[in-house]
Design a protein around this ligand. Structure first.
Ligand code: KIV
Ligand code: NA
Length: 277
């Protein structure tokens, strides 16, 4: 089919058809996401943890995220591609945000960029939209600033905290965000939020009332061995399948079962005879 456009997501929201988003960090992952018929692919800064081995999303750099996003772009034709702007690359000024987002758009060909939080990020979102770059907002649990949120925990669990999440979401919509990700909030917060938002809302740990869902590729496929959040459902156990595969290879190398004759090359008989002379 033709590439998905932002208008298709608005149409899905209007029709009550759930929007499916998944992360990807490389070319085969992108191809898998596309073959599985998702609507949107996010090169999340969760890459910091899932594929680069950092212990939070904070250390990942623009150059690292751009390399991953370029690989994902090469594997996608139909889904919309969103790239996370990493921590420290957009917060300080509108000029920083625009320069970083323009690098992503120009160098990777991503369709949208995602930034975290309300507050100053509302101004950054408005500036990016004014510069012609579609923006995804992200509220609730925002891992880039998890330390100041008290860790990786659900947000909006008091009435005041819930209102703060809702205020940020509304401000991001007013700033022109095309979409909103809401992470790790009680379903009551989502229920209060949804009637107020006209833009599509993608949830992760925000219950079933959002317009769509997103999960981390390595979490849903059971590749990542770090602790999984409550909202993660494992649809496969690929890590153990991969270990079994590599272990079977190691066993066969050690036993001599691999390589067998069919895995090798042979010379034409006359050339082999000449070689023996
Ligand atoms: O980095 C990421 O994977 C994300 C999603 C979980 C929304 O931001
Ligand atoms: Na992210």
């Amino acid at each position: 089919g033709r590439p998905i456009a932002l208008g298709d997501l608005a149409a899905k929201k209007a029709a009550g058809e759930p929007i499916v988003m998944v992360t990807a960090y490389d070319y085969p992952g992108a191809q898998v996401a596309e073959a599985a018929d998702v609507d949107m692919v996010l090169v999340g800064d969760s890459a910091a943890m899932t594929v680069l081995g950092y212990d939070s999303t904070v250390p990942v750099t623009v150059d690292e995220m751009i390399m991953l996003t370029k690989a994902v772009r090469r594997g996608l034709t139909r889904p919309l591609l969103v790239a996370d702007l990493p921590f420290g690359s957009y917060e300080a000024s509108d000029a920083d945000a625009i320069a970083t987002a323009q690098r992503f758009v120009k160098e990777t060909g991503c369709d949208l960029v995602k930034i975290e939080r309300g507050g100053t990020s509302v101004d950054r979102a408005r500036a990016l939209v004014a510069a012609g770059i579609p923006v995804v907002g992200h509220v609730g649990l925002t891992p880039q600033t998890a330390t100041s949120l008290g860790g990786y925990r659900a947000q909006g669990r008091t009435a005041e905290a819930a209102l703060a999440v809702i205020d940020s979401a509304l401000a991001l919509q007013d700033a022109g965000c095309a979409l909103l990700v809401v992470e790790a909030v009680p379903s009551e917060v989502t229920a209060a939020l949804m009637p107020l938002l006209e833009i599509p809302v993608i949830g992760i740990g925000a219950g079933s009332a959002t317009d769509g869902q997103v999960l981390v590729f390595h979490d849903l496929l059971g590749i990542y061995d770090g602790g999984a959040a409550k909202f993660v459902k494992r649809y496969a156990e690929l890590r153990s399948a991969m270990i079994d595969g590599v272990a079977a290879y190691a066993d066969e190398v050690r036993s001599g079962a691999y390589p067998a004759p069919e895995h090798g090359y042979a010379m034409p008989a006359d050339e082999a005879a000449r070689l023996r002379e």
